[in-house]
Design a protein around this ligand. Structure first.
Ligand code: GAL
Length: 418
């Protein structure tokens, strides 16, 4: 009898130890206060489900540095188990043969992702040219074309939220005359491009944006409208302070939070910083879409999963994919992150007025032809073309290049990278 009990105990231990223990290494660029608070929700969920999380943060907003680090890991044949990746780049990595759809699609099928996501968002996350198995999971929808303004600064200077670019310029001039930094900006290439695309969609219109930055039409890029967009960028540059070049985006957000500057133009991850600082929209700050004709520049944060023969990592990938698309997770995470849930069935009741505006505007934009992918955040183009556009935008912003020269350089840069 004693022997049988010992044998049973041994068997129990052997089989337990052969069950995969979920492990994951995640490469990401969420290192600001708001971003880290949002990511913690996922890390905590993962740990609560018995998973072991190995963190691989790469500092630098917008992901340019993270993408370089990721590429190096992939080239070295040592990809992480999961990483942040956007839009068309998901397909690029799939074509390189490093993406692992096998177990993610299983999760997607059993959780019914096709019924939980808008078909356009779902397709972004399917490998084999957007129509095969799921190989990535979306966690949110960020909007790019936002203005974040310090309410006390605006009120004290008799400024109301601008509804046209002329009004925005007039507001900035008023602040400047009062000795206040109007425009809090971090002069980094991706931040310049973030502002540029909001200006392009707003001043040029939705069709101009699509022709130039989605379809990359040469005559659009060289057009008078592009010249006007660069003119507006030059005006905005005049509203920044001397410390702008190289500044991180969250430091710029901090200037608005503290009332050292009037406003910032940035995606709604900036709201994550206001939230982390305990600030309330409508009370401490204004969130308003930058002027446009029912436009909405969307940016979806996704994670992809790389091939691995390690059963623990495969189990980790499955668990992470399941958690990321969880209903409660998509609510709590996005409350911190500033974005809105990718899942369609999450109630917006607990979200603030900025998120509710975003959720309403994305539907209006969809109905009126204004829903457009952000190129600055890798939703419209892959990394190479994104860089081709971004390089010229930042060169213009940080020099005295004329608007006409910039428009032509933009077209040349795109053609050279086609
Ligand atoms: C974006 C990303 C956001 C936020 C931002 C700043 O590309 O989609 O989630 O992290 O960069 O780092």
């Amino acid at each position: 009898m004693k022997k049988i009990i010992i044998a049973l105990i041994t068997l129990a231990f052997t089989s337990t130890s052969s069950i995969a223990a979920p492990k994951i290494e995640v490469l990401h660029w969420w290192t600001s206060g708001g971003e880290a608070a949002a990511l913690k929700v996922l890390k905590d969920d993962f740990a609560a489900n018995g998973g072991e999380w190995l963190d691989m943060p790469v500092t630098g907003g917008g992901g340019d540095a993270a993408n370089v680090a990721l590429k190096a890991r992939i080239v070295a044949g040592d990809p992480p188990s999961a990483s942040q990746i956007k839009g068309p780049t998901i397909q690029e990595y799939d074509q390189e043969g490093v993406v692992a759809p096998y177990n993610i699609d299983e999760v997607a099928k059993s959780e019914g992702w096709d019924n939980l996501l808008d078909p356009m968002i779902a397709a972004i996350h399917k490998c084999e040219n957007n129509s095969g198995p799921y190989c990535a999971a979306p966690v949110n929808i960020h909007r790019i074309d936002w203005m974040w303004a310090n309410k006390a600064v605006f009120d004290a200077n008799g400024i109301s939220v601008p509804t046209t670019w002329d009004e925005l310029n007039a507001a900035a001039e008023k602040l400047q005359a009062a000795g206040i930094i109007p425009f809090a900006h971090g002069g980094q290439a991706w931040q310049d491009a973030t502002v540029f695309e909001a200006v392009a969609m707003g001043l040029g219109g939705n069709n101009y944006y699509k022709n130039c930055y989605v379809d990359l039409k040469e005559n659009c890029l060289r057009s008078e409208t592009t010249v006007k967009v660069f003119d507006q960028m030059r005006k905005l540059q005049g509203f920044t302070d001397e410390g702008s070049p190289g500044r991180d985006w969250n430091v710029a957000t901090g200037m608005v939070i503290e009332g050292k500057a009037g406003f910032q133009i940035m995606g709604d991850w900036a709201k994550g910083e206001f939230t982390a600082a305990g600030k309330v929209p409508g009370v401490d700050y204004y969130c308003a879409a930058t002027p446009s004709n029912n436009g909405y520049l969307y940016n979806v944060d996704s994670f992809i999963f790389y091939k691995s023969s390690d059963p623990d990592k495969q189990a980790g990938q499955k668990l992470l994919a399941k958690l990321m698309m969880g209903k409660n997770f998509q609510k709590v995470f996005n409350l911190y992150k500033g974005s809105i849930p990718a899942r369609l069935d999450v109630s917006m009741d607990e979200f603030d007025k900025c998120a509710k505006t975003s959720n309403a505007d994305i539907k209006t934009a969809g109905a009126k032809g204004g829903l457009v992918p952000s190129f600055a955040h890798g939703m419209a183009q892959g990394n190479t073309m994104k860089a081709a556009l971004q390089d010229i935008i930042t060169e213009h912003f940080n020099s005295d290049m004329s608007s006409v020269d910039a428009a032509n350089a933009l077209a040349d840069s795109v053609l050279a990278n086609m």
